[in-house]
Each structure stands twice: as C-alpha cells, then as structure tokens.
Design a protein around this ligand. Structure first.
Ligand SMILES: [Zn+2]
Ligand SMILES: [Zn+2]
Length: 307
C-alpha cells in the first residue's frame, strides 16, 4: 500500500466559469469494451473481464439501434437548469418500457457464449414479465440491493445504462447544469461509480465524477470527498507495484472511498472497466473499514448491501 502527496483544492483549477462542468464521452460502450479486453490479458479475473467486455459490446450494439423515446421539453430543461434539478432523475423520470427491448437484445447477444450457470440466469430473465422487470429496475436504480438477484442485476443494469446514456447523449451536455446535490449526477441523480482526472482540452487536469447509470461526467474539485464534500482527512491508496493510474480516495470524515482514475498515468483508463479490474483495491479498503460511496452496477458488492 502506498500513499501519495496531495495537492490542495483549487490549486490547479482554472477560474470558475471556464470549467466545462459536464463531459460526455463519445462511444462510451465501445471504448469500455476495448479497455476490458485490454485489461483481461494476463489478469487473474480474465474470464470475468472478458464476459464484461462482451456485455459492454452488447450495450454498444443496443445503443446503436436504440429507438427515439420521449425526452424532456426545452422548457422543462430550462426549469431544471434554473433550479439545479436533474431532468432525467432515475427516481422520478417516467421510464419508457422500451429499455426492456434493449435488455432482450443484450440477453440474445451474450447468450451465445454464456456458461451454463449464466445461461440459467438469462433464461430466467427472459421469462420475467414486464411488471417484474420494472420492479427489478426500480430496485437497482434506487439502490435497494438487499435480497436482489445479484447474478441477474448486471444485465438489467446494462439495459438501463443504455436507455439513460441514449437520453443524456441525445440531449447533449449543454442541456444540463450543476445539481443542488453535487455528489449526484446532474442528469439522472445517480451516485458516481468512480472519478477521473482527465487530460487534454479544457478538461486537462480536472477531476470529474462518473455516473454509474448514464455515463455523464461532472466536475468536482480535487482533494474533496465526493460523498460528504469534506476536504479534511482525504487520503489516497494504490496497490503496490501498479502504475498508480487507479487509486482509492478515502475520507475519514464519512468513512467512505471512491476510486479515482488518472488519465495522465494511463490515457485509456475507464471509470467502469478499471474499477472492475482493481477489485484488490476494494478488498484493501474493506480491510481498512471503508465502504464504497457509489456502486458499480456490474458488480454490486456485499459491503454496499450493508449500507
Ligand atoms: Zn447520470
Ligand atoms: Zn466524506
């Protein structure tokens, strides 16, 4: 375990107003799938990461053919921007059942190469009726993981991510503004899966929180807890012998951590893929008594069940 010296909040930030508040990655699922395949090579969790790559490729395919769906009107978006409200809140947005079509496509895509065990899960999902799938979706999106079928959850989450990513990217970054609650996504009000320090362009050196559902990235100053906004008691941990591209940012004030990815150490780093490939860091944090402050919906962990 190594700790690293920290910079102070605001030390490297450009003046307020010049910071692009929202960053929307292009081709997010295609790039994530490529990253997962890259990370799988020689990894102890190779088979798992390759399966996640396939699931992410299925997301990319489903997003490519995603149908037009109702979106908030220009007036609604303006109102939300003025009042700091996320217009596509996972809690209140009237979810279009078309996301279930994406789920069917994703299941068909991954079924071909699934193991016997996974095939059972997929067949069970195929047999669930629409109402049961909506209940499952609500439980995932509202963090009610207790008693959840954790084997089936990644597939349902994958389809929901496609639906919300479609809506967020169709509306575009300019449709959204800062949220009243800075640790939740300004688009869909979900918690972040991890954060990333970007390189290049106006985002260079800035830290963004990465939404666990719609893939939007939103700015938050560095060396600040993304959960309770404390600037005291923040520490960084990395696995010994790694490049340090992925660290855990821990907070003594609220006892949580979230991973932070550094593009300057590895430009291909991905908020979801690199999170899945660094489970050793989660185990280390668990031993330190820290809980994750945001979920990875492909791998909802037992520690989050207790939160
Ligand atoms: Zn979001
Ligand atoms: Zn905190």
């Amino acid at each position: 375990m190594t700790t690293t010296p920290v910079i102070q909040p605001g030390q490297i930030e450009p003046p307020a107003g010049e910071i692009p508040f929202i960053y929307q990655p292009d081709s997010v699922f295609r790039d994530r799938a490529m990253r997962l395949r890259q990370l799988a090579a020689g990894h102890v969790m190779k088979d798992f990461l390759l399966f996640m790559a396939q699931l992410t490729e299925a997301q990319h395919a489903a997003l490519t053919v995603f149908p037009r769906v109702p979106l908030p009107s220009a007036a609604e978006l303006t109102l939300c921007r003025e009042h700091g409200m996320p217009p596509l809140s996972v809690q209140s947005w009237p979810r279009d059942p078309v996301w279930q079509e994406a789920l069917r496509q994703i299941i068909a895509h991954v079924m071909q190469t699934a193991t016997v065990e996974t095939r059972k899960i997929l067949l069970h999902l195929q047999q669930m009726d629409s109402a049961a799938l909506e209940t499952f979706a609500t439980d995932i999106l509202t963090g009610q993981f207790d008693g959840m079928d954790l084997g089936a959850a990644p597939f349902v989450a994958a389809a929901l991510q496609v639906y919300w990513t479609y809506m967020a990217s169709t509306l575009g970054a300019q449709a959204f503004a800062a949220n009243d609650i800075s640790n939740l996504c300004p688009v869909c009000a979900s918690p972040p899966v991890s954060s990333i320090v970007r390189i290049g362009g106006r985002e260079n050196g800035l830290r963004y929180l990465c939404c666990s559902v719609c893939n939007t990235q939103w700015h938050m100053v560095r060396v600040k807890c993304s959960n309770c906004e404390s600037t005291k008691g923040i520490s960084y941990y990395a696995i010994e012998g790694t490049s340090g591209a992925v660290k855990a940012e821990t907070c003594d004030e609220c006892g949580t951590y979230l991973k932070i990815m550094h593009m300057d150490k590895d430009p291909q780093v991905d908020p979801v893929a690199d999170d899945l490939a660094t489970l050793a860091l989660d185990l280390m944090m668990d031993e330190n008594g820290k809980n994750r402050s945001g979920p990875n919906l492909f791998l909802i962990s037992p520690s989050e069940l207790a939160v």
